[in-house]
Design a protein around this ligand. Structure first.
Ligand code: SF4
Length: 310
């Protein structure tokens, strides 16, 4: 929690949120793509699996997940005894929605020998149909742990699938999904940004197109990008991921400069949560996110198989 706003309305809201949080015995999680003022009131900020794991370790009875639906579902899978709230019920993920469970089921039927690996950015039902989950940070390690002769059906992100196949040197069948926020970044955008900032290193997320990744100095998860920029001596960086990441990047590295690879890399779903909605959630204990027990148990199996490997 690190909110130091001077705005009196925001100050009042933050005060009310903190008092309500205490009353409810809640923990607030914020993904690094959330608006800055939301990240500032959170107990934990980071990427989705990290947040769910941190919340599971706490004694909190209530989790307020400032992110999108699949993230709140993962929190519920890892902490089935806790109340999980998503302050904006319409905060979905177009990437996760590109893998509807019925289509995934029929693809799995077509490929009975394939090992199914699902990126955590997928619905709880899709996770429950999978052999393994993975994150953008450990997808390569998960793929390498699967016997080389096995085919891997990787979903839902085709760009992460491509990155994983190249790095892990595995045969991967990609699901044809993509994150609209990352996929819109083109090679031309990057070349333009590099011309404007010739000294800057290019750091991108593996959800970006392969031809964008080819130009990068570093490809990694949101946490990987933050760590790379914090630990590297270079003073300037072009960032190829959602613009919310600029909040922790600038905060942690006040003497470094960060430039967006494209000003358009904004996930609208991630910006739906406001301080007012967080307060409403805590006051009313809704919108509630639950995962049916059978789906939750099967999803947990795929998540645990990933955790065992990594
Ligand atoms: S940034 Fe992409 S993957 Fe993340 S929530 Fe938005 S659409 Fe989904």
């Amino acid at each position: 929690m690190n909110n130091k706003t001077d705005n009196p309305t925001e100050k009042k809201l933050v005060k009310e949120i903190l008092s309500m949080k205490k009353k409810r015995g809640a923990v607030i999680l914020a993904h690094v793509y959330q608006p800055g003022e939301i990240q500032d009131i959170a107990d934990f900020t980071g990427d989705s699996l990290f947040l769910s794991q941190q919340a599971a370790k706490t004694q909190a009875k209530v989790i307020v997940f400032c992110g999108v639906r699949f993230m709140a579902e993962t929190a519920s899978i890892l902490s089935p005894e806790k109340i999980v709230l998503l302050p904006e019920i319409n905060a979905g993920c177009p990437l996760a929605d590109m893998a509807p469970s019925e289509k995934v089921k029929s693809k799995i039927k077509e490929l009975p020998e394939a090992v199914v690996v699902s990126y955590v950015n997928s619905s709880a039902v899709v996770k429950s149909l999978s052999d393994y989950c993975c994150t953008s940070a450990n997808a390569v390690q998960i793929a390498q742990s699967i016997p080389a002769e096995k085919e891997i059906l990787f979903l839902p992100d085709m760009n992460l699938a491509d990155f994983t196949a190249k790095k892990a040197k595995r045969k991967i069948i990609p699901w044809p999904g993509f994150c609209p926020t990352h996929h819109l970044l083109t090679r031309e955008d990057v070349i333009k940004a590099k011309k404007l900032h010739p000294q800057a290193l290019l750091l991108v997320h593996p959800e970006c197109r392969p031809e964008v990744c080819d130009l990068a100095d570093y490809i990694g998860s949101t946490r990987g990008i933050i760590e790379f920029a914090s630990n590297n001596p270079a003073k300037e960086y072009i960032i190829g991921t959602e613009l919310g990441i600029f909040h922790p990047l600038k905060k942690n590295n006040p003497n470094k400069k960060f430039f967006p690879a494209s000003e358009n890399m904004i996930c609208r779903n991630m910006k739906l949560i406001t301080l007012e909605k967080v307060l409403y959630s805590l006051q009313n204990l809704e919108p509630l996110i639950t995962v049916p027990e059978e789906i939750s148990k099967k999803s947990l199996k795929a998540l645990n198989r990933m955790i065992e490997i990594t």
